[in-house]
Design a binder for this molecule. Structure first.
Ligand SMILES: Nc1ncnc2c1ncn2[C@@H]1O[C@H](COP(=O)(O)OP(=O)(O)OP(=O)(O)O)[C@@H](O)[C@H]1O
Length: 355
């Protein structure tokens, strides 16, 4: 695609995106490295217009790095990113801001601004340098504040809001920006469960394309149309929650034991996690048996560096139950609990390692 084809009115006008191919975003063969290390490798996917894509994966998998490439904070080494059919590198900064809004966890401080003023910043890409605020601008801001449940905080200094309220204010600012694609980095991080659900439902209800990184796999399963699972900078799976969130894949990528079943309401996978193993260090052990667990830190670790969580000298965890892989559970227990053969094998392996 030549620069001429997308420069000038065609892209800066915002309405004449003639190369629009039904996709909000298309990413092809994207790779990025830093400090001589591959952070993202050969990532390709498309997002249909109006859909919500969840980027999931373990810590350090590359979720934020991928999002940074998408909103042009990072320039990838390889690959192309097309927004509504146009290579994103050809958008002017202002036009890109009309098309794409970004909600991040770490934002610059806005010491003096009220919540309402912060939300009104979302109007900027639509304003000329001498444009005054209109009544319709004020209505947009008021509507966005209402949508995120912050009308009563409009006049409060933004910096004095709680973490969750700040997050909701930033989402209101993105709504005011009226983007066609909204990119969010872990938007539910600071939110209580009510607002986690409410904000995700709101993002869906806006009706625009959304890409969000998210750690809560059950929330991702419930709310996202598509999921992209990253591991070590590579795309491990891409598709519907049902196709991506299999027990085996979650176990392998996140190194946890789990089972899935259809959620009673929406039918997508609902994941139940099984507790009993944690990586070797005892800092995660919050049980009443801290002391006993600490005593056994070295010799109870298995070959994978796994140690029974909260395990005391009797091999019991903090609930007085035998830890998984210990002798109180047998194969039948796992079969009755619908855990597949792979999980059983994994439990057996841990057990043998510990023996
Ligand atoms: N600018 C950079 N320079 C060097 N390494 C980087 C840079 N940015 C990211 N990384 C590394 O890339 C890897 C992926 O980081 P990234 O923040 O994208 O992961 P993530 O999946 O978002 O993790 P988390 O779930 O913990 O937020 C990490 O190992 C990180 O240290």
């Amino acid at each position: 695609m030549s620069r001429d084809k997308v420069s000038g009115d065609k892209v800066s006008g915002g309405e004449n995106l003639s190369a629009d191919n039904g996709y909000a975003l298309t990413v092809s063969d994207l790779s990025w490295h830093a400090d001589d290390r591959a952070i993202l490798s050969d990532i390709s996917f498309s997002l249909a217009k109006g859909e919500m894509l969840g980027i999931i994966g373990p810590n350090g998998a590359g979720k934020s790095s991928l999002l940074r490439c998408l909103y042009r904070y990072i320039k990838p080494d390889n690959g192309t990113i097309s927004l509504f059919g146009h290579n994103t590198s050809y958008f002017s900064a202002k036009e890109f801001a009309r098309q794409v809004a970004v909600v991040l966890q770490d934002t610059p401080h806005h010491f003096e601004l009220t919540t309402e003023q912060l939300v009104a910043i979302g109007l900027t890409p639509h304003k000329g340098p001498f444009d005054l605020t209109t009544s319709s601008d004020r209505r947009l801001v008021a509507d966005a504040l209402e949508k995120v449940g912050l009308t009563h905080k409009a006049g409060q200094i933004y910096e004095h809001l709680s973490g969750g309220e700040k997050q909701r204010a930033l989402i209101a600012r993105a709504i005011v920006q009226q983007p066609k694609l909204l990119i969010l980095d872990e938007p539910t991080n600071h939110l209580d469960i009510r607002y986690q659900i409410q904000i995700m439902e709101l993002l869906r209800a806006i009706g625009i394309s959304v890409i969000t990184s998210i750690h809560d796999l059950n929330l991702a399963s419930a709310m996202c149309d598509q999921l992209l699972l990253l591991d070590d900078g590579r795309c491990v799976a891409h598709g519907t929650p049902k196709s991506v969130l299999t027990e085996q894949r979650i176990s392998e990528v996140f190194d946890v034991c789990c089972s899935t079943q259809p959620h009673p309401q929406h039918g997508n996978p609902q994941i139940s996690y099984f507790y009993g193993y944690s990586y070797g260090d005892s800092t995660h052990d919050k049980s009443a048996n801290d002391e006993a667990a600490h005593d056994e830190t070295n010799h109870d670790e298995n070959a994978h560096g796994l140690k029974a969580l909260g395990q005391n000298s009797l091999g019991q965890n903090s609930l007085g139950k035998k830890a998984f892989g210990q002798n109180s559970l047998d194969k039948t227990d796992f079969e009755e609990n619908s855990l597949d053969r792979r999980h059983w094998s994994s439990m057996e392996r841990h057990k043998q390692d510990e023996d």
